[in-house]
Design a protein around this ligand. Structure first.
Ligand SMILES: [Zn+2]
Length: 158
């Protein structure tokens, strides 16, 4: 006898997320130059009328995963949430000290009368990043080296 498994989209989504996070690299593995990362999040409902909450998160770059996802605070939301991983990748690529903006939840909320509508919760984010200086020094030394070689070649030819 088999029991039909009741679909629970919210739970299944969370399990998929956990899989993705568990297999991800840590921040320091993915971004060796990243020294610290602070995240401030503000949640708003669709009309921006009510401030649904704020979250401050200081990442431990040695242990925290490079996947930056935050669940939607709307408990009737399915398939929603916010993914700041791409924002982080772009910020580190540009060596930005801060990155801020807004993301809108792409999930669906089900109202009491079973009517489905887009969640549209809004996340205002601000990332503050700091970098280790060691990589920059190495890059300058590497740039200086080829020039010295050219000069040495010239004097040998003459
Ligand atoms: Zn949502």
């Amino acid at each position: 006898m088999t029991y039909p498994r009741k679909a629970n989209p919210r739970l299944e989504q969370r399990l998929r997320e956990m899989d993705r996070i568990n297999s991800a690299q840590t921040l320091i593995e993915r971004f060796p130059q990243l020294k610290s990362l602070n995240v401030v999040l503000g949640y708003f409902d669709e009309q921006r009328m009510s401030h649904a909450g704020e979250l401050r998160y200081r990442a431990n770059v040695q242990h925290a995963k490079c996947v930056l996802t935050f669940s939607c605070p709307n408990t009737s939301c399915t398939g929603g949430g916010f993914d700041l991983s791409e924002v982080l990748v772009a910020a580190v690529a540009k060596k930005s000290k801060t990155a801020q903006g807004e993301l809108r939840c792409q999930g669906t909320r089900t109202t009491a009368n079973k009517f489905e509508s887009p969640c549209k919760h809004l996340l205002h984010y601000k990332l503050s990043l700091a970098y280790s200086p060691s990589k920059g020094k190495g890059a300058r030394a590497a740039k200086a080296a080829p020039k010295a070689k050219v000069e040495a070649g010239k004097s040998a030819a003459a």
